[in-house]
Design a protein. Structure first.
Ligand SMILES: Cc1ncc(COP(=O)(O)O)c(C=O)c1O
Length: 318
């Protein structure tokens, strides 16, 4: 029996054709063509003003946080149940991640606990849309507004997710996406930084170009120490093809989640990815939480799946 993978990219002849074209022709003065096209398509899909393709979501977060001036002595509030990639850039910058609990119904940050964790050192709140589930953005943004603290959306796992008609990643001070090979839309490795803030965009653009500002006429003249988190044209070519198929990719993810829901939700004691009123879940990863009473543990389930040649992954550890 062939293995059932927990996630696999959908690569068609379109991705192969674009990547081949980029490999054959996308050099010299054409070396940014697919990157620019990919950023345009991503912006249009999300309904945001600015997008910068990056080598990873981690890199996009690192640059965004740096552009907000996060540094030693600062605190950034985030949910405690998460992949480490959201916390790591905070630590790279010498700041401190402050962890608060998640909500049982969304599996995402509890805004009230985030507010309670605010101190004079708080520089930002990161709302992570875990597994494509949506954070309570209205409440989070209201708290950010009240305290003058930017709310960032880590939408690494949330392409296709919507909150009250707005796409995940488009509502905060900035949003970040992962295009890693396990994601719904992939470029192998890759990420995206998005924002509606013109000044922040310019800052991150400069940082992403080794600190060289767009208006700087002097060649090889960095104004600040920046980063090197760029996406290559070949990766962006794959991204362009994926963008043309984005609705198909998201619909398929939602179809898979629906299938599991239909077959599992009648069993007592288990909860699947929530889709709260007013939200659309991009359904990146069908995930099940078992009540203690069921007696089903991570270990027993993983062993049962392994015996059937099916991939399984544990819920992110708090
Ligand atoms: C919530 C979250 N944030 C950030 C990242 C980092 O993404 P990348 O691997 O593209 O750096 C991931 C990766 O899976 C993630 O799940």
């Amino acid at each position: 029996m062939s293995r059932i993978h927990y996630t696999k990219p959908s690569i068609t002849e379109l991705e192969v054709a674009y990547a081949t074209d980029a490999a054959r022709n996308g050099w010299g003065d054409k070396c940014y063509e697919y990157i620019t096209r990919f950023e345009q398509a991503f912006k249009a899909h999300l309904g945001v003003k600015y997008a910068i393709a990056t080598s990873s979501c981690t890199g996009a977060l690192h640059m965004g946080l740096a552009a907000l001036g996060v540094g030693p002595g600062d605190e950034v509030i985030m949910a405690d149940t998460n992949w480490i990639a959201t916390a790591a850039p905070i630590v790279y910058l010498g700041a401190k991640p402050v962890f608060v609990d998640i909500l049982p119904d969304s599996w995402c940050i509890n805004p009230e606990l985030a507010e309670a964790a605010i101190t004079p050192h708080t520089k930002a709140i990161i709302a992570v849309h875990l597994y494509g589930n949506l954070c309570d953005m209205d409440r989070s943004l209201a708290i950010g507004e009240k305290h003058g603290i930017p709310v960032i959306e880590d939408a690494a796992e949330a392409i296709g997710s919507q909150y009250l008609g707005k796409r995940a990643g488009s509502m905060g001070k900035f949003g970040t996406f992962s295009l890693h090979g396990t994601k719904t839309l992939t470029t192998g490795e890759g990420g995206m930084f998005v924002t509606n803030d013109a000044d922040l965009y310019e800052l991150v653009l400069t940082l992403s170009n080794h600190g060289r500002a767009r208006g700087q006429a002097k060649q090889f003249w960095p104004d600040v120490v920046g980063f090197k988190y760029k996406m290559s044209n070949i990766q962006a070519a794959i991204g362009c093809a994926q963008m043309e198929r984005i609705e198909e990719l998201i619909n398929r993810k939602r179809e898979i989640l629906r299938y599991y829901r239909e077959h599992l939700e009648s069993f007592p004691g288990l909860t699947m990815n929530p889709e709260l009123v007013g939200t659309v879940n991009g359904a990146w990863m069908p995930t099940v939480v078992f009540d203690v009473e069921t007696g089903i543990t991570r270990e027993s389930l993983q062993a049962a799946f392994a015996a059937e040649n099916i991939d399984a992954r544990v819920f992110f550890h708090p």
